[in-house]
Design a protein around this ligand. Structure first.
Ligand code: DGL
Length: 271
């Protein structure tokens, strides 16, 4: 299919999480159409090897490319951390991940140079945020930690109260001690837990939402390549695809997206 300015932006994630990125994209680029793919049959990506996540990511990208997307947003921190070079090499369209925009935003916020990064085990193990931050500013001190329990808490809707608070305290109290003044929420699910995370780390630590930073990066890329942005008078369309039954995605996803998901179509990405 041929791409043009009217073509949609393709967005994929392992499941519902990338909807926080889609939400930010819709807010920043209200005229752009989108096609979202949640690989719900293979979620989670955060505990899988880089090799496997790269294989899944390439398949997701191929599916979106067949839908004529003009740009691909890898709305999953784990997939961005491990599969971005393979996706960039394989695709004939621009590919944006969430890591570089998140890292840049953190460097813009830190005052003392202490930056914390939290994410899935796969994201933290890959060292992608750490590399990006240190390459951009060698003086930065990075402290990274995987916080795997945040993902099920966000999906269950347990975003306030004792359980998320104590979990956040267990994971994060050491960040304040280590002189971190900026914390990157390096996982799609963590923006939903912003309240408890902020409560634990305190007002002296700025929280950086990779989803917001990525939406800004996509908007900048479209502005830079004038011919790629959709005309302001076009009414956008938003479609959703999943690789397992859609019921849970539609229900849980509405919370992540901040608006109802009218329907999601199940597709089979066989390997
Ligand atoms: N979307 C994933 C991420 O941002 C979190 C969920 C998963 O592990 O698949 O890393």
């Amino acid at each position: 299919m041929r791409q043009g300015s009217h073509s949609p932006i393709g967005v994929f994630d392992s499941g519902v999480g990338g909807l926080t990125v889609l939400k930010a994209l819709m807010a920043h680029l209200p005229h752009e159409s989108t096609v979202y793919l949640g690989d719900t049959a293979r979620v989670p990506y955060g505990t899988k090897s880089g090799e496997v996540v790269t294989r899944y990511s390439l398949k997701n990208a191929e599916f979106l490319l067949e839908r004529g997307v003009k740009l691909l947003v890898v709305a999953c921190n784990t997939a961005s951390a491990v599969a971005l070079p393979a996706l960039e090499a394989a695709l004939p369209i621009p590919v944006l991940g969430v890591i570089a925009p998140g890292a840049r935003a953190a460097l813009g916020r830190t005052r003392g140079g202490g930056v914390g990064v939290i994410g899935t085990p796969g994201t933290i193990r890959s060292g992608a945020y750490q590399r990006e931050l240190e390459a951009a500013d060698p003086r930065v001190r990075v402290k990274a930690r995987a916080c795997p329990l945040f993902v099920p808490l966000a999906e269950e809707g347990w975003t306030t109260g004792d359980v998320p608070f104590l979990t956040a305290r267990e994971y994060l109290s050491e960040f304040a001690r280590d002189g971190v003044d900026t914390l990157v929420l390096g996982c799609t699910h963590y923006p939903l837990l912003k309240g408890v995370i902020a409560e634990v780390v305190g007002p002296g630590v700025a929280l950086v939402d990779s989803a917001e930073a990525t939406a800004e990066a996509v908007a900048a890329l479209l502005a830079e390549r004038g011919g790629l942005a959709s005309a302001a008078h076009t009414a956008p369309t938003h479609s959703y695809y999943v690789t397992d039954v859609p019921e849970r995605f539609v229900e849980v996803g509405a919370r992540f997206l901040g608006r109802p998901i009218p329907a999601a179509e199940q597709v089979d990405l066989t390997f």
